[in-house]
Design a protein around this ligand. Structure first.
Ligand code: MG
Length: 159
């Protein structure tokens, strides 16, 4: 078994859509970034790369590459999953914490969870999504950014 840790932070700005775990969230701000800035999928992708000892998404998907401009981060995650499968690893479970002062993510957690489970080929019971505020402290608490922690476990892929 192999465990991997992923972390990502993006700034909240006006005039951008907010997409978390592939789910469009109704909010007056969105995340700044080269791609669609889906901070959840980026942290999950880095956790997968970490567990497989395959580096990080910055190496594999440079933000200077026009291919990823405003791109759906689901495509990036699919490429990472293909790299992990090629290295003969397969996901066992995933745990994600989203740090956001606003908007309230309770109504979206189930959809984000099922989206992540489908993308990783896992049952819902092997995926967990938590949401925490920043307790009004620091950049998260002031609503300036959203950050995500993700942990994934891999097992050897069956032949
Ligand atoms: Mg990112």
């Amino acid at each position: 078994m192999r465990v991997g840790l992923g972390q990502d932070t993006h700034r909240l700005v006006a005039g951008r859509p907010l997409v978390l775990g592939g789910v469009r969230i109704a909010y007056e701000k969105g995340l700044e970034g080269h791609s669609d800035a889906d901070v959840v999928l980026h942290a999950v992708a880095d956790a997968l790369l970490g567990a497989a000892a395959l580096g990080d998404i910055g190496e594999h998907f440079p933000d200077t590459d026009p291919k990823w401009k405003d791109a759906d981060s689901g495509r990036l995650l699919d490429e990472v999953l293909a790299m992990v499968a090629a290295a003969r690893w397969s996901p066992v479970n995933l745990d994600v914490t989203i740090h956001a002062e606003a908007p309230k993510l309770g109504p979206y957690k189930a959809e984000i969870r099922s989206n992540l489970a489908r993308r990783l080929g896992l049952e819902q019971g092997a995926v967990n999504v938590k949401a925490k505020t920043g307790e009004r402290v620091g950049p998260i608490g002031r609503g300036e950014a959203i950050a995500v922690d993700a942990v994934v476990l891999l097992q050897p892929a069956r032949a």
